[in-house]
Design a protein around this ligand. Structure first.
Ligand code: HC0
Length: 567
């Protein structure tokens, strides 16, 4: 261990620790702005400056490693003044639009200005010459609000290995943008929104579609139904100050009814249905010698990634649409018929933890019912804003139940929300369908947790099934390279975002590793609390096959629930 002194306190730290981390471990807070643990440690913003005895200048503590005998001061007049000056310079070309900014009250720059005691704008310089970019179906780039911290660049390059954006031009003209200043909508961006999740300001944020939903709710001709993704129930409370991972399913339902939705349904229902279709597809490919491994297809950022970067591997993808899209297709056929409503008057809204779901909902081919499957996909953050605008006090709502039949689900549907969940749900069903026996233990812990790539083998009546799970696209790439290299898997789950949907780009800000872990724990709590925990036991899914679809992979399923991909 290395011994050093910070603000007169004796501190010990392992070699390689930064001064910032060592101070944090000793309970000494140093302000930061560009810093993002293990993702963006570049010392560019100069907010975390400290005085190191013997050094010629103040040092950025996030990139200064501890050394034996080091003496650090984090709170001297010089340090405070330098931090403040650096922040004032960052603010000198930042639009003063806080009152109308999408990140108002949740902006790190705003918060830091308050914490560092900035009470006047001493400098106002020229503004960024670049206009906002509205070309993406999921995200809005606003370079005027960019402070060039590079967090988005690092997440896109290192965590997702997509590299859709990078600093372009130089000097005052520097802008974070796609190559050749192309609009984001033309870039290889997968719409995952991890950039928006780490942006300290509103320089990248989700495309706000709340106006379209307010309009539909106010339209007496429209029958507006809503579906809630698995991962939203463990995060929406955070928009109202609740602890991450608190399961708020019943309050979510109550809040949506209060907003005026005609029916409140659950994406978990079609998650169960996905297991029936995808599980049957897996068994068919195993028995008939189809393309293996089969890879899951419910995460739209992942789909765009494989379409862009590994088109030769597309035959491995399941042809199943995602649960979001299956829901839309059924809402405008099965449900429309049952309820006696003209499908052209049904308006389907999704509440998703995901910005790529907006892109998916808009994909040309997603209209199996003869109508747009899903009309609008909102993020968890957008729903939070609507609830606030409506004056709904979320955390004090009494719990309510989903509507029937598209609101009936099992614990297997819930766990879709966390990395490994789709795999676990599929194994629960595949095991019982193939062996004809009841699973002795339905929890598959080998596929749970935040490790980047997880592998295990499951014995199905003498046949060994090799499975793998990846979350975050750098890990997806790792698995695809193994597949290309001939490693023998039968079934793979890939989710675009770190942690799976609980860490989606539309989730409340902040979302970090610890928050992801707590939301995942909430997902597994919700599963354990369900009376039914296997998709094939879902009575509403069984009724759907009996009354409408016939059988898994049948003609109607192909029409409504399956899709194709673009190479
Ligand atoms: Fe999925 Fe997801 S991607 S798992 O398949 O949770 O169900 O569609 O809604 O939340 O986004 C399912 C689909 C979701 C989430 C997301 C999750």
């Amino acid at each position: 261990l290395i011994n050093l002194t910070i603000d007169g306190v004796q501190v010990q730290a392992v070699p390689g620790t930064s001064v910032l981390e060592a101070a944090g471990q000793a309970g000494i807070k140093i302000p930061t702005l560009c810093y993002l643990k293990e993702i963006n440690e570049i010392g560019s913003c100069r907010i975390c400056l400290v005085e190191v005895e013997g050094a010629r200048t103040l040092q950025a503590s996030c990139v200064t490693p501890v050394t034996e005998g080091m003496v650090v001061r984090t709170n001297t007049p010089e340090v405070r003044q330098a931090r403040k000056l650096n922040l004032e310079l960052i603010m000198s070309n930042h639009p003063q639009e806080c009152l109308i900014c999408p990140r108002s009250t949740n902006c790190e720059l705003q918060q830091l200005a308050a914490e560092l005691g900035i009470s006047e704008l001493r400098f106002t310089g020229a503004m960024s010459p670049y206009e906002p970019d509205f070309s993406s179906p999921s995200l809005v780039r606003d370079p005027r609000k960019c402070i060039l911290c590079r967090r988005c660049v690092s997440v896109c390059e290192n965590v997702q290995q997509v590299s859709a954006i990078a600093p372009q031009e130089r000097g005052f003209d520097t802008v974070v943008a796609p190559a050749f200043l192309e609009p984001l909508g033309n870039a290889a961006c997968v719409n995952c929104g991890q950039c928006a999740l780490v942006c300290p300001t509103a320089a990248i944020h989700e495309k706000d579609q709340t106006g379209e939903v307010w309009a539909a709710l106010a339209d007496p001709e429209k029958h507006v139904v809503v579906q809630t993704a698995p991962a939203v129930r463990v995060s929406i409370g955070e928009m109202f100050g609740a602890e991450p991972g608190r399961v708020a399913t019943g309050q979510l339902v109550a809040a949506l009814r209060k907003l005026g939705f005609d029916r409140v349904f659950d994406t978990d229902f079609t998650a169960d249905l996905t297991i029936m279709e995808e599980g049957s597809e897996l068994i068919k490919r195993l028995q008939e010698g189809g393309t293996l491994p089969l890879i899951t297809s419910c995460s739209p950022g992942w789909i765009k990634f494989i379409e862009h970067f590994y088109p030769d591997l597309l035959p491995h993808l399941s042809t199943c649409k995602s649960p979001q899209q299956m829901f839309g297709a059924l809402a405008k056929t099965y449900y429309a018929q049952k309820a006696g409503i003209d499908p052209s008057n049904i308006f389907v809204v999704s509440i998703m933890p995901c910005t790529a779901k907006k892109f998916e909902a808009g994909r040309e081919e997603m209209n199996g019912s003869g109508h747009r499957d899903v009309d609008v996909a909102l993020t968890t953050r957008e729903l939070g804003k609507m609830l606030k605008e409506a004056g709904i006090d979320f955390n004090s709502l009494a719990e309510e139940e989903y509507d029937s039949p598209l609101g009936i689900s099992t614990g297997a549907g819930v766990i879709f929300g966390s990395t490994g969940g789709v795999m676990e749900a599929a194994l629960r069903t595949a095991y019982e369908l193939v062996t004809g026996e009841t699973l002795p233990d339905l929890e598959f812990h080998a596929v749970r947790g935040l490790e980047g790539v997880k592998e295990t083998s499951v014995n199905l009546n003498g046949t060994t099934l090799n499975v793998a799970v990846a979350h975050g696209l750098a890990n997806a790439r790792e698995i695809l390279e193994r597949v290309s290299g001939g490693q023998e898997y039968h079934f793979i789950e890939i989710m675009c975002c770190p942690g799976g949907c609980i860490g989606g780009g539309g989730q409340p800000i902040p979302t970090d590793r610890e928050i992801r872990a707590r939301r995942a724990a909430g997902i597994y709590d919700a599963d354990r609390a369900m009376p039914l925990r296997k998709s094939h036991e879902n009575p509403a899914v069984q009724a759907l096959y009996k009354e409408f679809l016939g059988e898994p992979l049948g003609h109607k399923s192909h029409e409504l629930l399956h899709t194709h991909y673009l190479a």
